[in-house]
Ligand binder design. Structure first.
Ligand SMILES: Cc1cc2nc3c(=O)[nH]c(=O)nc-3n(C[C@H](O)[C@H](O)[C@H](O)COP(=O)(O)O)c2cc1C
Length: 471
């Protein structure tokens, strides 16, 4: 791994060249406190602290943790060769075929005891939706975006007596806790919680020490996906970050992979009648999710204006996010009926804060080692999702990293889905400078951190050939 250039505003607090080989140079970011110094922070073996405080500087601010060989796709030397989609052991529970449309399933009361609802929730939250036959491409694409399609997240349904792991590749559930009773009697339809865990290994094989950042981002996106699909099915869920509850839910079953980390959960609540006429979730969410994509290898969309309804949809979708403590900055360039400028969603509503062409701002923030990361000259708009890091670190110590990525990740997935609804591609792209983003977008200095950059635009036709997957 190579040393990365220091980022303006960062201060070296321990001598060192910044080379990863001789131990990471310790840098401080605004509001950061040394690991171990904060009450409430997990202590114990390293494995219990998967997100040390140094990650803010190493992965978010400097991206120093990214290995030099990543551009070539070469595995990081010394990392074990892992199967990116290991088959969970345990008796299998066959799921119903996922329905092509979700709307007819909105029965009252909606329930996971309905096999079609159960199958739809799992498939459209994290299922295998597309098969890309392009030689040399990444063949498997699921309902949620994942950096280089490594899909480190795992979904587990937890009933009062058992836990079932979703296997998206086979559209099945694996029973994780074979109890003394006949497993035929155990029913995933009794699930009270959906638990999200992450397994660093497949992502770390390519991204090395940067993997925890991506895994935390993707856990949030997965949480947002379950929340959204559940709502479309008429199920009510309450997303949770609480560490104690999470660990209790995971304690009931053994981890299936070495170093699997608990990330978040959703509690399934009794369903309530929702108004039939609504704009969000989209009535045809299944088709929208099948069409969702991140664009070509280099994100270079057609410079076509996005439909007028894009911003109205973002307004309602983000107000329906599982957590509200975020700020989404939207740099709007070309959306029919909306002036170019800076818009802001505060978790409640979207409003314009200034007008003017945001291109110079985008090209300053959206850089990877001095090069502009995507073609912002043709994007329709770009979102930056910010969270209150200072307050969260003060309250939760190192665990703030996991919690805040859940909040921001859920919003990022909603942005991708809204884009897909309007025939656009949305690209989560980590090639941005968090310090510049804070300075130029104007969130409270030393307090907010930008955790996601999502560029949206009209996809250009590519050589890729993706087939829909039907089980
Ligand atoms: C957390 C996260 C970070 C990503 N970072 C980058 C990035 O830095 N550069 C890039 O070109 N693509 C990035 N991507 C895009 C993924 O590679 C893309 O989502 C993946 O190829 C899957 O494509 P699909 O969403 O069309 O199925 C990122 C995706 C995620 C979820």
């Amino acid at each position: 791994m190579t040393a990365r250039a220091g980022v303006p505003g960062e201060t070296l607090t321990r001598g060192g060249s910044g080379e990863r080989g001789d131990g990471p140079a310790r840098v401080s970011v605004p509001g950061e406190t040394r690991a171990g110094a904060i009450s409430g922070e997990p202590t114990g073996p390293a494995d219990e602290v998967p997100f040390p405080l140094s990650l803010w500087a190493e992965a978010v601010y400097s991206r120093r943790a990214i290995p030099a060989g990543l551009a070539t796709g070469a595995p990081v030397p010394g990392r074990p060769d892992v199967d990116p989609a290991p088959r969970a052991p345990g008796p299998r529970h066959l799921l119903a075929a996922p329905p092509l449309h979700l709307e007819p399933l909105r029965r009252t009361p909606a329930s996971l005891a309905d096999p079609e609802v159960l199958a739809a929730l799992l498939h459209y939250s994290y299922g295998l939706l597309q098969h890309d036959l392009t030689p040399g491409g990444w063949p498997h694409h699921r309902a949620v975006a994942s950096a280089r399609c490594r899909y480190p997240g795992e979904l587990t349904l937890v009933t009062p007596t058992a836990a079932f792991r979703y296997d998206p590749m086979h559209h099945q559930l694996a029973l994780l806790t074979p109890p003394m009773t006949d497993h035929q009697q155990l029913n995933p339809g009794d699930s009270r919680f959906v638990v999200i865990t992450t397994n660093f290994a497949p992502t770390a094989q390519l991204y090395g020490d940067y993997a925890p950042r991506l895994c935390a981002q993707e856990a949030g996106m997965l949480l947002g996906a379950v929340h959204l699909v559940a709502a479309a099915l008429g199920l009510r869920t309450r997303a949770g970050q609480d560490r104690e509850t999470l660990l209790d839910l995971c304690a009931a079953r053994p981890p299936t992979a070495e170093g699997e980390h608990a990330m978040g959960y959703l509690e399934i609540l009794p369903s309530v009648e929702r108004p039939a006429a609504r704009s969000w979730p989209p009535p045809d969410l299944a088709s929208v999710l099948r069409a969702r994509h991140s664009g070509a290898a280099l994100f270079d969309p057609v410079p076509a204006p996005a439909p007028r309804a894009l911003l109205a949809d973002l307004d309602v979708a983000l107000a329906d996010a599982p957590f509200s403590d975020f700020t989404c900055h939207l740099a709007v360039q070309r959306v029919i009926g909306s002036a170019p400028g800076h818009y802001l969603h505060d978790g409640i509503r979207l409003r314009r804060t200034s007008t003017g062409d945001p291109l110079p701002l985008l090209e300053s923030i959206g850089q990877t080692e001095g090069r502009v990361s995507v073609n912002f000259r043709s994007t329709a708009c770009t979102a930056y999702i910010a969270v209150r890091r200072g307050a969260a670190v003060a309250a939760h110590g190192a665990d703030a990293f996991r919690r805040l990525h859940l909040v921001a990740g859920a919003v990022a997935h909603l942005l991708c889905v809204v884009a897909a609804r309007h025939g656009l591609s949305a690209r989560v792209h980590n090639g941005y400078d968090a310090t510049s983003a804070e300075r130029l977008l104007g969130p409270a200095a030393d307090e907010e951190t930008v955790l996601f950059q999502v560029a949206i635009g009209a996809a250009r036709p590519t050589a890729a050939f993706r087939l829909p997957v039907l089980f």
